[in-house]
Design a protein around this ligand. Sequence first.
Ligand code: C5P
Length: 411
Amino acid sequence: MNVVLGITGGIAAYKAPDLVRRLRERGAEVQIVMTSSAEEFVTRTALQAVSGKPIRSNLWDKEAEAAMSHIELARWADMVLIAPATAEVMARIVSGGAPDLLTTICLATEAPIALAPAMNHVMWSNPATQSNREVLEERGIHIIGPEVGSQACGETGAGRMLKTDLIAATVFNLTGGKGEGLLEGRTVVVTAGPTREAIDPVRYITNRSSGKMGYAIASAAAAQGASVILVSGPVNVSEPPGIDMVNVESAEEMYAATHEAISDADIFIAAAAVADYRPTDILQQKIKKNNEGMSLELVRCPDILASVAALDAPPFTVGFAAETENVIRYARSKLEKKKLDMIVANRVGRDCGFDYDENTANALWCDGEKAFPKSSKVDLARKLIELVAEHFYAVSASETQPKLTIISNND
Ligand code: C5P
């Protein structure tokens, strides 16, 4: 895939060399086009070293234009990605102005355009920026992020550029892997995040799941060309583009949404941390603290994963086992008990698992296992999806083999 990577003048430009590496790891050719203000934040030398191509910035550079003109560059691109995208470049693209090489390419290209905005949170929430975002989205330009978090200016809010590996994964989703994905034409249903089990109108029981792993799995499956339905509990992760979202709250809602989505699925991956128990009754009014103690009566929630695996013609079914001890042993017993094709075991605790960006895992299946050393959840998701695809095709191939019928004359 040919990516024109536009870099504009925000502090997040310092992350651009890493973004180039993430794109190239996925096999993309990257041609960088910088604006002059981007050069205040990141050097050409670093960008040239990681992209392996001379940097373009000037519309009037005769030598560079002779080698590949801005129009040829616009045609060469399978995707134009601007990261970081400032409020200024968003406004310029909305207005259709083309005072520099990058905005000229945006006007001249027929390739999809994606922007990863990065700016101070007040600038992002400014009505002018928000109305520009709306116009860009209406025109089919993809807006990736931004995310909420602490910012370079010392404040906290929405405006931080998404993590580079997530931007790279999203860009590949948007182009559908150009028909070369391992899961092309397949449907994958993923559950993610925690569930919330209501106690009364203001309280609920939940858990620490952030949804990051499930969202990364859904993105990785889409990057391999799958149609993905993501059934998600309440999380603070941006919706991955190009994926069908079904937002739910409780385990029962997740159960119903999953069974509605599963009928055409080839693969089901249960990454959600579904509540095991919910209050027997949801009280209509807020509980008053009239007593020194109280107890809640709980009932079991439906096991979504086990119910899918028990269907007459189940999809290839993958579960997760988050454990604090005896991780592999407990995971293998779940694999067998729930009749899964594969289970991914990971340790959760004080410094790993839920809410962290990195994870280690072991994938187990009936007669084998594979360990994945510590890596980002995005990288881990990519490797897990490759493994799932490999096993899915192996199982499908064995199911389509003609069955051997043995006729015995002993009875
Ligand atoms: O039995 P345990 O909850 O540890 O199993 C974890 C796996 O089962 C995860 O894949 C989780 O998504 C799934 N699960 C489910 N429905 C439940 C409980 C767990 O789908 N009610």
